[in-house]
Design a protein around this ligand. Structure first.
Ligand SMILES: NC(=O)c1ccc[n+]([C@@H]2O[C@H](COP(=O)([O-])OP(=O)(O)OC[C@H]3O[C@@H](n4cnc5c(N)ncnc54)[C@H](O)[C@@H]3O)[C@@H](O)[C@H]2O)c1
Length: 347
């Protein structure tokens, strides 16, 4: 039986706790939150679970094998570090840490102590993203051209981090997972509509080799919730609408073919022919991503196997976030990134 401890029972923690409670072969042993009010809420929801405001209680409990960190990002590094030092495996919320330096230290510590360090990039466990990945890997889309994503809402204005650190981890983790390579540069523009200097609207642009690009519109100040991504390939294109209850994915057999002119015509521009075929909406299992992720993490802890999203992948996302912040701070300048790494294919 794998014992689980959870620290941080605010907005997201209850979702994570609820899903871990249902994983066969694991037991939610304890929940910790520094707020007495949140402890009271947790006690009401989880009768058979220890609820405490002392993190030390989780660290010292031998029945806890793994700790899940669902606190604000500024606390991730220290809480995860203490957990690893106490011999626990760790699943930490996105973004993994506040800085790249913290992320590097955490990855190194986990490797030294032979502990599992996984990052909650929830969307990689959705049926929709799994299906898109499958279609790309099978060559169904042809050559990938771009990914264009919109993630807007009348969202919570966080005082301590901007909309990029809040929402871009989802987009970046999806793109890196799908294309299995890292961008060569990042550009970001953003604006703050309040007096605290924290950007609530941003546009982030990732440039990859071979003219592939990814672009995200991230916005806490929109009248409607939009979660829409276009994945465009030379053969087919996908529209992924996460707000749809069914038909989240629509695969369009649409695109262009370019005729290269020969002879006398070569002086003319290349001709563009439009292709417009059928649309297919594949059936997707209606499974909660967190449930799949919780079961996967428990399996990794039990079998000592590498997680789908190891700390190294959390670090890749962080490097892009930091570069995006540098670009934002310099009025949208293009920030080059170091030599692209291949994403580790752990699972
Ligand atoms: N994967 C996702 O889709 C997703 C969605 C939402 C939030 N998140 C992530 O989850 C994390 C938490 O976000 P949230 O919206 O739940 O925040 P929140 O502020 O609502 O909740 C955080 C909780 O942690 C507690 N806390 C803070 N420091 C603590 C400490 N040192 N020890 C014990 N308890 C402590 C607070 O009292 C609070 O109850 C963030 O990293 C966020 O990015 C992920």
């Amino acid at each position: 039986m794998i014992g689980i401890g959870l620290v941080g029972y605010g907005y997201w923690g209850p979702n994570v706790a609820r899903n871990f409670r249902q994983v066969p072969g694991s037991r939610l042993v304890a929940i910790c939150d520094q707020s007495p009010g949140r402890c009271e809420v947790a006690s009401r929801a989880f009768h058979h679970c220890q609820v405490t405001s002392r993190y030390q209680d989780l660290l010292e409990n031998p029945a806890i094998h793994a700790i899940i960190v669902t606190t604000p990002v500024g606390t991730h590094y220290e809480l995860a570090r203490l957990a690893i030092l106490a011999g626990k495996d760790v699943l930490v919320e996105k973004p993994m840490t506040k800085t790249v330096a913290e992320g590097e230290a955490l990855v190194q510590l986990a490797a030294e102590k032979r502990r599992i360090l996984a990052v909650d990039h929830t969307f990689l466990f959705t049926e929709a993203v799994r299906k898109i990945k499958e279609l790309i890997d099978q060559g169904e889309l042809g050559e990938l051209l771009y990914i264009d994503s919109v993630r807007t809402n009348l969202g919570l204005f966080h005082p301590d981090h901007n909309v990029i650190y809040d929402l871009a981890p989802h987009e970046i983790s999806i793109v890196l997972h799908l294309v299995e390579r890292d961008p060569i540069s990042v550009q970001a523009h953003g604006v703050c509509h309040t007096s605290n200097g924290v950007e609530n609207l941003a546009y982030v642009h990732l440039e990859f080799e071979d003219d592939f690009v990814a672009h995200f519109h991230l916005n806490w100040l929109a009248p409607v919730k939009i979660r829409q991504t276009i994945v465009a390939g030379s053969r087919k294109m996908i529209v992924y609408d996460d707000m749809e209850r069914s038909d989240k994915l629509k695969i369009y057999n649409k695109g262009i073919t370019i005729q290269t002119p020969t002879g006398v015509d070569a002086r003319c521009q290349a001709g563009i022919n439009y292709r417009s075929g059928d649309m297919l909406a594949p059936h997707l299992e209606n499974q909660e991503a967190l449930a799949v992720e919780a079961a996967h993490f428990v399996e990794c802890v039990r079998d000592r196997t590498p997680p789908l999203v190891p700390g190294e992948d959390g670090l890749r996302v962080l490097r892009i976030l930091e570069a995006a912040q540098r670009s934002l701070d310099s009025n949208g300048q293009r920030v080059p990134l170091q030599t692209p790494n291949r994403l580790s294919k752990a699972a």
